[in-house]
Design a protein around this ligand. Structure first.
Ligand SMILES: Nc1ncnc2c1ncn2[C@@H]1O[C@H](COP(=O)(O)OP(=O)(O)OP(=O)(O)O)[C@@H](O)[C@H]1O
Length: 943
């Protein structure tokens, strides 16, 4: 038997060995599909002699692709030189299009290989332009909504015209118009959005048999992971890539299909047998990850769905600890409970010298805030996946926009973003004029700008500013081309009237004079320096072109290093550095200590030694050099330095980090295109780090991962399942699958939590919540209470209408009308028959499915079970209440304390009544007068 089949169960072996013809690997959660896919690739290479580069495996995230590549490499013992292609759909499509998109050009019209990739922000900017052009108020139609519809249409392969024909109301018609403008604008900008990457690849492979056949010849074995989450274009792509040999293996689990909102169609997996009548379906049903308790809990939940093929997942990990449940009075307490448990877990794992790993999973990103705060209070380090990514930061996006313009100057959105960032006197009016010109002449903004300059259509000051910007981009473009030397010589010739020995530095003074008032100041020569002290080229010598360039480059580099206080010894332009004095000081005080030391420290300055990292004279610039050039010549870093705030310094650090990323890319031999593609395709899920002990992420991001301990937080109706899906049965099924994905991430311990009251968007005060129906669907015998505090009695009193409903009228199932105090069952109640105290099983026994009064749910569920236990049993059994540190920042606000309320603003505490959870405080707000608040919920910040 092949070594690759060892330690595999018979189904896994079959999955690995069955390599010819279409195969569906229907793999339940934790059943080893990643293991099978990696071994299958190795099997093809080692046992079947298939060249590695004839294999294509498409995964869901870049991270998964990378990990798979590493695993395959490890299995094969790093013996193959050629590698299989392991990519996401999007990155694969980008590669295809960068190579072959021009095959779609007709009569010189169509996109070129240097197309830009538009992210969501860019897309929104285009939609806003379209709204403006159509005179639609962006309040009556939100750009995000329009974009959502456009994306929906694209994912269903509907074009603007079809959309228009199918539109049923004026709003849809408007969207069709927006869609058409959007499409044209992207075409003019030589840009594609994420959906286009797939669509254009499909179009390319369909329309060019030459290209398609080339890919079919190249990839003889194709594997598609997470097949349940493929959308229509991805499905078509799979079919096109499968070619006539159809050696295609799709891997997936219909119970983990969670991306319908991105157009994923669960039918793709459900209909596999119809699509490929000769295909073979192999089921992987042994789960190696979770304990029996967890697996059974999760399977019972997902069994409520109708849209599924059904699997009998089993595990040999019998028993296991019960699924924990904690019902917190509010979101803050829930978060503190989680932090408390994590602290305990980390401590215990430390004692046993285990490598602890746990995750807190939630439905939406915003839920992370409370958990983060709690973890900080407990001083527990955590890693958060999602949220604000590095590539979303304004300064990083700005610099990327500069780079995108270097790649493709027709990228109008990128141009608009940075044309006046930093301020260079190109105002809104100028841009509007250019936009109008571009629109009427059918030009990109870049071309409109060129025409305005050529025909001198704008005031001189503006033209100078535009010319400066254009030259910046052109010089940067030239740096990447072999014609760099040529361009410099030309420029020098042009600027200096053909006399290269003349100081032909880029004329900053003229440029500066042309600025609007808000334009940045340009550094004057530092006293005693005697030379231009700007970041422009400085040609003061008569050199042969190659020497000239290296000297220019070196001079330029040195000057700018000095200017930015960067120690250039190693000439890694963005290696971690300590920022020295800022430029304003340099300007007035002559060469500062920082400058002098930079000069003295620099081996280049002292020894005249060539800077090793700068390109061979006249050669192509490296990526970090390009970034450095743009940072300097654009004045971006200087503007941030001049700002001189901690925030601006942290932005500079981010720009350096981007240059570090560019350095890494350079070392991997990546081009500018590849570097930008990488930045564009980075996704939330890629941020996951297997080394982190505590990870916070959404349920969506957790797909494919596993952790010994998992918390599912916020198990409440409206939150999870999400309110948007309440009226939509298929949406509800998807939420349930998401719950299944979350539960099956747990290996040993699963804890589900909810808050009885939660603050919701748009309301000042926490609102009562209803337990998630998914809690009800977990058999109660599999659940144990982890010390949920009893529900608080209803309080009375006028708290200025701070609660819409002070305490819930509806019971926790959301279907009754009892007061909170009445709706709990006790153990005694459980043994009674009839009424709302219907018989309830003791923990560990299965009940016969009785319904609580006024409720439609089964009693055999967590929520009803703990509804009964919460108050009495905890008190009776003397269960210790969880010791959770009180949130310090929000207690003990005494008379006279200055506070800030998120809505009412600043004020002074006037009176405090009561203590603990029930403390009420009266605050005199500067703007809103006297308010009486429940301290615990008031979110008051001490000033
Ligand atoms: N034959 C096996 N013997 C022992 N352990 C196995 C075997 N197959 C898989 N495993 C282990 O089971 C766990 C789950 O495997 P894997 O991550 O490949 O599952 P998966 O099907 O991709 O899961 P999911 O779809 O839920 O993300 C891993 O820890 C893996 O090492």
């Amino acid at each position: 038997m092949s070594r690759l089949l060892e330690n595999m169960n018979p189904q896994q072996q079959e999955g690995i060995r069955t390599v010819d013809g279409p195969v569906l690997l229907l793999a339940g959660a934790g059943s080893g599909k990643t293991r099978v896919v990696t071994h299958r690739i190795a099997y093809l290479i080692e046992e079947r002699g298939v060249p590695a580069d004839a294999i294509l495996a498409v995964t869901f995230t870049n991270k998964a692709a990378k990990e798979m590549a590493e695993r395959v490499d490890k299995i094969l013992g790093h013996t193959t030189l050629a590698k299989p292609t392991l990519a996401t759909f999007h990155s694969f499509c980008v590669r295809v299009l960068r190579r072959d998109i021009e095959a779609l050009r007709v009569n010189g019209v169509g996109l070129t290989k240097s197309f830009a990739i538009y992210d969501e922000q860019d897309q929104q900017a285009v939609v806003k332009t379209a709204l403006k052009r159509l005179g639609i108020d962006d309040k009556s139609l939100k750009p995000r909504v329009a974009l959502g519809r456009i994306s929906w249409a694209k994912n269903h392969m509907i074009d603007p015209q079809e959309y228009f024909l199918a539109s049923a109301n004026p709003m849809e018609e408007k969207i069709a118009h927006i869609f058409e403008i959007y499409r044209k604008e992207l075409a003019k900008a030589n840009a594609l959005d994420f959906d286009d990457l797939l669509l254009e690849t499909v179009r390319l492979l369909k329309s060019s048999s030459e290209v398609r056949e080339r890919y079919n010849r190249r990839y003889r074995y194709v594997m598609i992971d997470e097949y349940q989450d493929t959308n229509r274009p991805q499905y078509e792509l799979m079919k096109l890539l499968a070619g006539s040999e159809k050696n295609v293996c799709v891997v997936g689990d219909e119970d983990q299909s969670i991306y319908s909102w991105r157009g994923a169609d669960i039918k793709n997996i459900l209909d596999f047998e119809k699509d490929f009548p000769n295909g073979k379906t192999i089921r992987l049903e042994q789960n190696y990850r979770s304990t029996q308790v967890i697996l059974e809990g999760a399977s019972t939940v997902v069994a409520q769905n109708t849209q599924r093929k059904g699997k009998n997942l089993w595990t040999s990990r019998e028993g296991g600890s019960l699924i924990g449940y904690y019902e917190a009075p509010d979101g803050e307490n829930e978060a503190l409970f989680i932090a408390d448990r994590i602290q305990r877990y980390l401590r215990e794992a430390g004692q046993q010298e285990d490598e602890p790993r746990c995750a807190v999973l939630y439905r939406t990103n915003s839920q992370s805030r409370l958990v983060e705060e709690a973890l900080r209070r407990y001083q527990i380090q955590y890693h958060m996946v999602g949220g604000f990514s590095f590539y979303d930061r304004a300064e990083v996006k700005d610099l990327l926009s500069y780079l995108k313009l270097v790649q493709n100057p027709h990228d109008s959105i990128g141009l608009q973003r940075v044309v006046n960032s930093p301020t260079r006197g190109i105002g809104k009016t100028t841009m509007e004029t250019l936009e109008r010109m571009a629109l009427s002449a059918g030009l990109s903004t870049w071309d409109a700008m060129a025409r305005a300059i050529e025909d001198r259509l704008l005031p001189q000051r503006t033209l100078n500013a535009l010319e400066g910007f254009r030259r910046l981009i052109e010089d940067a473009r030239a740096m990447l081309g072999a014609e760099f030397a040529e361009k410099l010589t030309q420029d020098v010739g042009a600027d200096a009237g053909g006399d290269v020995s003349f100081d032909a530095s880029f004329d900053v003074s003229e440029f500066a004079a042309s600025q609007d008032e808000d334009a940045p100041e340009v550094s004057e020569p530092a006293e005693g320096e005697g030379e231009n002290f700007d970041t422009s080229f400085n040609f003061a010598f008569d050199f042969s072109p190659s020497e000239e360039i290296s000297t220019i480059a070196a001079e330029n580099a040195r000057d700018s290093d000095q200017l930015h206080g960067i120690d250039s010894a190693s000439f890694n332009p963005f290696a971690p550095v300590v920022l020295k004095e800022s430029s304003p000081k340099n300007k007035t005080a002559g060469p500062s200590t920082a400058l002098r030391s930079a000069q003295e420290d620099s081996p280049f300055a002292s020894s005249g030694r060539e800077r090793p990292a700068f390109r061979t004279p006249g050669g192509r610039a490296t990526l970090p050099e390009l970034i450095k050039f743009l940072n300097d010549r654009s004045g971006y870093i200087r503007a941030l330095e001049d700002e001189g705030t901690p925030e601006s310094f942290s932005r500079i650090e981010n720009l350096k980090e981007l240059a570090n990323a560019a350095q890494d890319a350079e070392e991997r031999g990546e081009t500018l295109d590849e570097f930008l593609d990488h930045a564009a395709l980075a996704s939330d899920a890629d941020q996951y780090s297997a080394e982190a002990k505590v990870t916070l992420m959404t349920l969506h991001a957790a797909k494919g991962l596993e952790f010994p301990l998992v918390f599912l937080a916020g198990m409440e109706e409206g939150l999870f399942p999400n309110a948007r899906t309440m009226m939509d049965p298929s949406g509800m099924e998807e939420e349930r699958r998401l719950c299944y994905v979350g539960m099956t991430r747990a290996m040993d311990t699963l804890v589900m939590t909810r808050a009885r009251h939660r603050r919701r968007y748009g309301s000042d005060m926490p609102e009562a919540s209803v337990a998630s129906r998914f809690l009800e669907e977990v058999p109660s015998r599999l659940v144990e209470d982890l010390g949920s505090p009893p529900a608080r009695p209803q309080f009375s009193g006028d708290y200025s209408g701070l609660y819409a409903t002070p305490y819930p009228k509806a019971n926790r199932f959301g279907r009754g009308d009892r007061e909170e105090g009445e709706r709990h069952w006790s153990y005694e109640d459980e043994d009674q028959s009839g009424g709302h105290g219907a018989a309830k099983p003791a923990a560990g026994q299965r009940a016969g499915g009785r319904s609580p009064a006024g409720g439609s749910g089964s009693l055999d569920n967590i929520a009803s079970f703990f509804a009964g236990r919460g108050q009495k049993s905890a008190a009776k059994a003397g269960r210790p209440r969880l010791e959770i540190a009180e949130p310090t920042g929000k207690t003990g606000l005494q008379q006279g304390t200055r506070v800030r309320h998120p809505k009412y603003g600043e004020g002074t505490v006037f009176r405090r009544e009561g203590d603990g959870d029930d403390a009420k405080i009266t605050v005199q707000f500067q703007q809103h007068g006297v308010k009486k608040l429940v301290e615990k919920f008031a979110q008051l910040e001490r000033l």
